[in-house]
Ligand binder design. Structure first.
Ligand code: HEM
Length: 421
């Protein structure tokens, strides 16, 4: 829509000088969206809404929180008891973190299933991976703020991992801590960064959406849009669908907030941090458990590299490998619907991630050690061996000629590239 066509004179005046209304019309109303998107495509907008909820509740919580080791724990208790609706703000924020990871993990598995990381969406996917890393850093630092037992010991264990880096490891740990122990300077910088990073996330999400609207949405068939018959305008069709999804999600989210607010939490974090008393079992939040399992899976040195360093490398590699996914998977077909072997391996991979999560929640002893090692081996084999191999050995099923042909039931299989032959 051209600026001239705005009927409201104020909107027309603003838009002529700063075309935000034209941009919104273009990206939120007219945006030609594949007509066959299913509910798995709701999770991107849900993630965006959760990010806004996290920032809104976080900013108000910060007005009542004191980033000092002597006061942090009590200031959180005060928020829970004395601040008007403080309990609600805190429970929304605490459970919001878990919701954020649930939504984003589903969003990523959706991408993995439908091949949304493949050309031309490689950069869109990679920005997503950077978003995931920023989210993890934000969540980790946020968990330290209430200064409970698990906050303190979690921070100590995870920051200490960097000491495994040869030569400079100890210096890095001192630099991270801002001293020679996890103490007040550590808490202070974690608070500053925990406040800063969500705004960086916001900027990254903006880039993510620019990339999305440049390469356009993928769809469950994984074939390209061939013309206007394959798309519908984003508004009203997908705005309504996204609102419905939001309603369903809010029921789920608020059920935890109001009826089981500590379900995802750790009881030990209601005990004030005590550097003189190590909790019997230090566990991170559930969304880090698969990575925690990978960290602890390496129990042996390889040549001159100590097991601890290998574990740290494996944990970071588990996320960073995602950056290379568009080039590890060479299959010409995007959607798992048409990839009979990949479809099954995908579900094995989902089961493997859940298993890693279960392993991460148990102490590293007995059967959990070999189980964690096998699950870690499969995790990396999925990306580094199975994906590249399947690109060559799998015979994809024939693709429909177009999205419109498929949704109207006239789709006949044609070429592996989705191009009518
Ligand atoms: C704060 C976190 C995130 C937000 C707010 C967000 C937002 C969105 C939105 C609104 C969409 C379009 C709707 C949809 O396809 O669901 C989208 C698409 C996409 N996102 Fe994200 N995203 C986030 C994290 C991630 C992560 C961690 C990844 C992957 C590592 C990722 C990869 C993708 C891909 C590949 C698409 C295109 C999907 C397609 O068209 O099939 N996103 N994202």
């Amino acid at each position: 829509m051209d600026a001239k066509t705005w009927k409201n004179p104020i909107i027309a005046w603003v838009d002529k000088r700063l075309p935000i209304f034209t941009m919104m019309q273009h990206d939120l109303v007219d945006y030609p969206t594949p007509r066959n998107l299913n509910y798995w495509w709701n999770f991107g907008s849900l993630a965006g809404i959760v990010l806004v909820i996290m920032i809104a509740t976080g900013v108000v919580l910060a007005m009542h929180y004191t980033p000092h080791t002597q006061h942090a724990f009590e200031s959180v208790e005060r928020i829970m008891r004395d601040v008007n609706y403080g309990w609600l703000l805190r429970y929304l924020h605490m459970n919001g973190a878990s919701m954020f990871f649930i939504v984003v993990y589903i969003h990523m598995f959706r991408g993995l299933y439908y091949g949304s990381y493949k050309a031309p969406r490689e950069l869109l996917w990679q920005i997503g991976v950077i978003i995931l890393l920023a989210m993890m850093a934000t969540a980790f630092m946020g968990y330290v703020l209430p200064w409970g037992q698990m906050s303190y010991w979690g921070a100590k264990v995870i920051t200490n991992l960097f000491s495994a880096i040869p030569l400079v490891g100890d210096a890095i740990v001192t630099w991270l801590w801002g001293g020679f122990a996890v103490d007040n300077p550590t808490l202070n910088r974690f608070f500053a960064l925990h406040y800063l990073l969500p705004f960086l996330l916001f900027a990254l999400v903006f880039l993510h959406l620019v990339a999305l609207h440049t390469s356009k949405s993928n769809n469950p068939l994984g074939i390209d849009v061939k013309g206007p018959q394959d798309t519908i305008p984003f508004t009203p069709y997908y705005t309504v669908k996204d609102m419905f999804g939001l309603g369903a999600f809010l029921i789920f989210y608020l059920a935890f907030v109001f009826f089981a607010p500590n379900f995802f939490g750790e009881p030990d974090n209601y005990i004030k941090a005590n550097p003189m008393q190590t909790p019997p079992h230090i566990v991170p939040e559930w969304y880090f458990l698969p990575f925690y399992a990978i960290l602890r899976a390496i129990t042996f040195d390889i040549l001159f590299i100590p097991a601890k360093l290998l574990g740290v490398i494996a944990m970071f590699a588990a996320v960073l490998v995602l950056l290379f996914l568009p080039w590890l998977d060479r299959s010409a077909v995007r959607s798992a619907r048409f990839r009979p072997i990949y479809k099954q391996v995908f579900w094995l991979f989902v089961a493997d991630c859940i298993l890693l999560g279960v392993v991460g929640g148990h102490p590293p002893e007995g059967v959990w050690v070999p189980l964690g090692q096998a699950a870690t081996a499969f995790y990396f084999a999925f990306f580094l061996v199975i994906m590249p191999l399947l690109s060559f050995i799998e015979r994809p099923r024939p693709l429909p000629s177009s999205i419109s042909a498929a949704v109207t039931g006239k789709g006949v299989g044609i070429s592996a590239h989705g191009v009518a032959e």
